[in-house]
Design a protein around this ligand. Sequence first.
Ligand SMILES: Nc1ncnc2c1ncn2[C@@H]1O[C@H](COP(=O)(O)OP(=O)(O)OP(=O)(O)O)[C@@H](O)[C@H]1O
Ligand SMILES: [Mg+2]
Length: 1108
Amino acid sequence: MEVKTSLLDNMIGVGDMVLLEPLSEDSFLGNLKKRFDHSEIYTYIGSVVISMNPYRSLPIYTPEKVEEYRNRNFYELSPHIYALADEAYRSLRDQDKDQCILITGESGAGKTEASKLVMSYVAAVCGKGHEVNKVKEQLLQSNPVLEAFGNAKTVRNDNSSRFGKYMDIEFDFKGDPLGGVISNYLLEKSRVVKQPRGERNFHVFYQLLSGASDDTLRKLKLDRDFSKYNYLSLDSAAVSGLDDAANFRTVRNAMQIVGFMEDEVQSVLELVAAVLKLGNIEFKPESRCNGTDESRVKDKNDLKEMCELLGIEQSVLERAFSYRTVEAKMEKVSTTLNVAQAYYARDALAKNLYSRLFSWLVTRINESIQAQTKARHKVMGVLDIYGFEIFEDNSFEQFIINYCNEKLQQIFIELTLREEQEEYVREGIEWTNIEYFNNAIICDLIENNQNGILAMLDEECLRPGTVTDETFLDKLNTICADHQHFESRLNKNSKFLNDHSLPHNCFRIQHYAGKVLYRVEGFVDKNNDLLYRDLSQAMYKANHSLIKQLFPEGNPAKVNLKRPLTAGFQFRASVGTLMRNLQTKNPNYIRCIKPNDKKASHIFTDSLVRHQVRYLGLMENVRVRRAGYAFRQPYEPCLERYKMLCKRTWPHWKGPAREGVEVLMADLQIPTEEISYGRSKIFIRNPRTLFFLEEKRKQCLQDLATLIQKIYRGWKCRTHFLLMKKSQIVVAAWYRRYAQQKKYRNIKSATTMVQSYTRGWQARKLLRELKHQKRCEEAVTTIAAFWHGTQARRELRQLKEEARNKHAVSVIWAGWQGTKVRREYRKFFRANAGKKIYDFTIQRIIQKYFLGLKSSMPSMSPIDRKWPARPYGFLDGVHTELRKIFHHWRCKKYRDQFTEEKKAVYEEKLEASEIFKDKKALYPNSVSQPFKGDYLEISKNPKYQKLNSAVDEKVLLADVVNKINRANGKGTPRIFLLTKKNFVLADQKTGQVKASIPLPDVTSVSVSTQKDGFFALKLKEGSASAVKGDFLLSSEHLIEIITKLHRIGATAADREKLKVDISDEFLVQFKQDKVCVKFIQSSPKNGNSISCKRKNNRLLEVSVPTSP
Ligand SMILES: Nc1ncnc2c1ncn2[C@@H]1O[C@H](COP(=O)(O)OP(=O)(O)OP(=O)(O)O)[C@@H](O)[C@H]1O
Ligand SMILES: [Mg+2]
């Protein structure tokens, strides 16, 4: 079995104390010293790391070292805190086990440094990325902030943690940090107001005064000079190697990274400044009339500044330092404070202010670093708690701190010594018991609920009556008298009566790490942790958000009369919770050892180290380790983890797990002395065997990984191939189908083409044949027809010939017969038949004529001139007569349709025709014009109303005529009205009657033969109307006017018929003159209008243009 390990090679001393030979306390120390001298500060006891404080920086924490230890087996390289951190981280990440790293050792042994190294290592090896880095940075940067506020220089350690800190770092399944939760345990707040000689207050006060800018200090009303502040011890204000100013900047920067807002930082600094100011408030007694002293603030300047900083009303705080109000049920009693009480109140306020600020800081940091996801996470807890300490003057704080260390030692013993040995017995492993000191008895002395020191302190604090530290010590002396780890001078046990190293006001406890003398002074007060209500109420009233938050009990609305929990009770409870929490996780131990008391490098104080080795139980640890087994595991997970190393157990073991493990180990040829089989677990003695198994497993896992990879790849390729094949078949099928379809379509179209050609060819051939056949048939038919025709015609000819011959014969025969008959008949026929035949023929012709006439009768229109021609000349007379009769008949028919008015019109027209037809050239034009009569519609026209009233009779004609001036022949338009009795001439515009002539006075009318409209109305000579002479008028409706005048004359019984003269020359009587009106024809060249001129006394010439 070959294991590559440097633990044994080139090692200074022995790297693992388990391998130390011979094992004795001296050799143990010798080995530690040897290694320490060679700067090998880490040594193993199995998986426990012993860390010696080198008090100097060693080049073993470089990034290269981190890489070196990364993913390496625990024992593979020389011992290092990184190896432990790596182991814890990997088993958290790979085996899903929550881890805790317990760092123990006395004050100054290097616990805080170790915890930071673990955190920085984990931060370096876990995942990377923007978010992850931010989380890491915030987790790491929480340290400087908490150290500034929670660490201080003590005589033992320049950077001593004055609070307990447990930090859970949370990881996701990949091992990337998600966030963290910090729990803090009891800050040593008494340090705020008083520091032992050679020690300092918390770092932050010094850092603030040295590092803050002048401006900041001015705002905080602070002075850079430490000596100005009562709370700052001056003798050790400057610590060599500690740069407070630089550290202040680091802290400010860290606060920013962690996520503090600027105003939050400012509030925090204001509180720190306020604490300093508070320390400077001093009191003086002032006598009251009842003889008691009352405290008064001496110099109010600091009080004023502090109140300004925190926004507190000065008078309220001032009063709270002079009076105290005690509330009991319904009562409120106010008592005055004397100077000592005032100082007590001031310090209590300062301590509370500071410790509450510290707790707030932890809560605030937790808010920033808490994991953002609710997903399941794995946890690595790092515990860095104040180390065991023995001072010259030990008080309540040391008692608490040491109690906590007792508990941690207890858990170490429980898990590494007792538990382990018990397990061997339980599992039936052969085992010789190893003696060790179990500090459970000391824990019991302190924490027992009935008679433990803390319980009694609580009892004393709650008890009515006078309670002092002395009464408390008395109680201890009575109750714990018999306890072997409790020593007191006044103990019933007389053993210590003469022990002068044990003062009366002290008690001593034999802790696992040594005897510690505790002075009881202040135990009761510190446990009560009382802050006068007036003070908390004054704080609550502050106009400062942070202060208000820190003192919620000061809210008058929430007055709680219950006593607050004591400090001891709270601490015991939180330590209990912590222990239970640690027990659920896989522990990893770092045991820190302090090589000397001088904080110096290279000094190895033998006695000091020996003491620590003893009380830490390291020798027992080695012994148990050597006698026992390095590793144990239940069979099932063991088989599960290593089954791949043996063919018989891989991949599945059918039988019980234990047998499987046995088969496995036998197969791997692990020596039997190396292994023991317990009832439910396998025990492996040497870590090397485990490494061997792990190494093998690692190789095998690689092979398996390769195998899985191979199978997976094979499967993947095969699946891919099958898929491709399937796809290829589908593609090929589709393609073939497509190709076949295409080919088929080609062949089909080719076939169709060939077929069509063939069919075409066949059809054409057939057609040709048929045509040929048809032609042949036709030819035959034609020939046959022709032949038949020829035959027929020949036959016909013959028949015709024969028929002709027969006909000729019969004609000749008939002719001969006729001739014969006629010759016979002639004699008879000549005597009778001639007349009858004539009559009959005539009758027939006439009948035919009438019937022909009937069918060719002309239309019924009287003007239709058509008449059929006569067939025979002898019908001439009849034909003409018939035409006349027909015309008359149809005229009658035509007339019969007429109404009375129409009849009158036609009568008028007929009369006009009788008067003018063929006599006056104007007449033909008038035939088609209807005789309208009233052209002016005078009865309807309002203009002629007057005129209308002048005429009594019905107006037969109303028209505008030109009256020819008798003197010059010029025409003037006049209205011409004709009634049955007279005619009237009136002015055209006014309708004024110019002349009204009774018709009997009109003797004749003269007109020309031409186309003009002139007419002369000749009046009876001697009548009244004839004074001015005859009227020569011209009208477009001459024919109508004359016809109407003529008709009136014809119908009137009392008068003669009006005479109408038609001549181109006639005489008219103008007054006394007889004037000849002569109508001459003028050529069209002289204009188309008719002109009328009085030539002289005797002649009036009217020239009428000849019509073209
Ligand atoms: N590994 C280390 N390398 C160099 N110096 C170290 C190492 N460990 C501790 N120191 C020095 O020892 C000092 C004290 O260490 P640390 O503060 O870790 O002690 P501690 O055990 O936390 O004490 P306390 O219980 O008082 O808090 C550190 O300030 C540092 O100077
Ligand atoms: Mg520390």
